[in-house]
Design a protein around this ligand. Structure first.
Ligand code: ASP
Length: 432
């Protein structure tokens, strides 16, 4: 048994070691140093980026096979529509709660008052953001192959669901295909396990690289903003989600958080909800006991449209920048911020740094200076890692609530502490 637990613990140890080593390099090595060139931008960068690629490699095939199995498993188009509508509305609700909480806390604590504007470290050039009409039009892929090639999650979900519904309508032929998809899904889950075996080294390199670039010196001048964001993230993750889990999913939040730990580690080290999809799926299905018929649908959808942590950052950043530039925001502007944050999170994928692009959309809408984002750029990577953890926890919480409503949660798995623990890989040997 102890051997089984060891991979998760190995990843945790690797994460802490990477964090410590990275911080030491940041404190003691200068930019021209051998360490910076060959270790940080050489070895750590190459292994870290390769590991992220390996995770991303799993996402499209896993979501495809898993979603086909999910839709065929539900087997009923009405039930599918019900799950879709429920998860969509719950995602909107949790994002709305997140941004409202952030605004209330930030307005009360007023970070940024008396802050010297000249401290702006660099100016921020906003990338153009998609219009709301485009967001909805673009859910339908004009070319599914392109959608798969680019990993466009909403388009993939749309096409695969349509395809799986058609499979259901085709009777025998569809059933044969569904059997094959089930086998392929099983194999893909095994590929996930194989990639996870390299996680300790991948996570170590990602942490070491990030923390060698993110020193304490960047955080200190921004400590007010930084701590208000973290406070709100904690309140939302431990408060709001726990309340929702207890009352609507009837689950113990402490067990839930413990079982989500592997997914949290991956979200933190990759800062990408999308790249974490395979691990979130595995945690929900194998450790928490949610059926594939629910999780295969809600997880990829949530990774794209649900970003509670990102909404929190946006709420606090808006109040912070308004305070720095001494701009008074009216109630109607706050309501616009809530609406914009919810809409922005629907239209943008869960990849690193996307929160800043969404923030530019919000600033444009309420007339705050977009170059103000330059102020928070320096500390954004660290906050990105933390808010991604909250983003995927939100996806998992909504999944549990939907699963409770659909009766697709296996309490025996949920209550079994050893269920689905990532085991060390034992590669098959050729029989002699
Ligand atoms: N990195 C976040 C995610 O993948 C999005 C963001 O806040 O930038 O969920």
């Amino acid at each position: 048994m102890s051997k089984k637990v060891s991979l998760t613990n190995k990843i945790l140890i690797a994460m802490s070691l990477g964090l410590i080593l990275g911080s030491l390099i940041n404190a003691y090595a200068t930019t021209q140093d051998f360490i910076q060139i060959y270790l940080v931008n050489g070895l750590f960068y190459v292994i870290g980026a390769a590991f992220i690629n390996a995770l991303k490699m799993l996402v499209v095939p896993l979501v495809t096979f898993s979603l086909i199995c999910g839709v065929c498993g539900i087997g009923d188009i009405n039930a599918l529509g019900r799950i879709g509508l429920k998860s969509f509305l719950l995602y909107l609700l949790t994002t709305g709660l997140a941004i409202s909480l952030a605004l209330v806390v930030a307005i009360s604590l007023a970070p940024g008052q008396g802050f010297e504007q000249q401290q702006a470290s660099s100016s921020f050039i906003a990338k153009p953001s998609p219009s709301i009409a485009d967001v909805f039009i673009n859910i339908i892929p004009s070319n599914p192959i392109e959608a798969f090639a680019q990993g466009n999650m909403l388009q993939i979900i749309f096409f695969v669901i349509l395809f799986a519904i058609a499979m259901l309508m085709c009777g025998d032929i569809g059933r044969q295909l569904a059997d094959t998809a089930e086998k392929l899904n099983e194999v893909m889950m095994q590929v996930v396990t194989l990639v996870m075996d390299f996680a300790p080294i991948g996570v170590f390199c990602l942490m070491a690289k990030t923390f060698s670039e993110q020193g304490l010196s960047l955080i200190l001048p921004m400590i007010g903003y930084f701590s208000v964001v973290i406070l709100c993230l904690l309140l939302h993750a431990l408060g709001t989600f726990s309340i929702l889990l207890v009352f609507f999913a009837k689950l113990n939040p402490l067990i839930f958080l413990k079982k989500m730990r592997p997914a949290h580690i991956f979200a933190f080290s990759t800062a990408s909800s999308n790249a974490t999809i395979p691990v979130t799926l595995q945690a929900l299905e194998k450790r928490i006991g949610i059926s594939n018929t629910t999780a295969a649908f809600t997880v990829p959808l949530g990774a794209t449209i649900n970003m509670d942590g990102t909404a929190i950052m946006q709420g606090v950043a808006t109040v912070f920048i308004a305070n720095v530039y001494q701009i008074d925001l009216a109630l109607s502007q706050y309501i616009t911020i809530i609406g914009m944050s919810i809409l922005a999170s629907i239209g943008t994928a869960g990849v690193p740094g996307v929160g800043l692009i969404m923030l530019a959309m919000v600033f444009n809408q309420v007339g705050l200076p977009v170059e103000g984002i330059g102020l928070i750029l320096g500390v954004d990577r660290l906050l990105d890692m933390m808010r991604t953890v909250v983003n995927i926890t939100g996806d998992a919480t909504v999944t549990c609530i939907v699963a409770r409503g659909e009766n697709t949660i296996d309490e025996a798995i949920f209550n079994n502490p050893d269920a689905g623990i990532i085991a060390d890989i034992h590669l098959p040997h050729k029989a002699s």
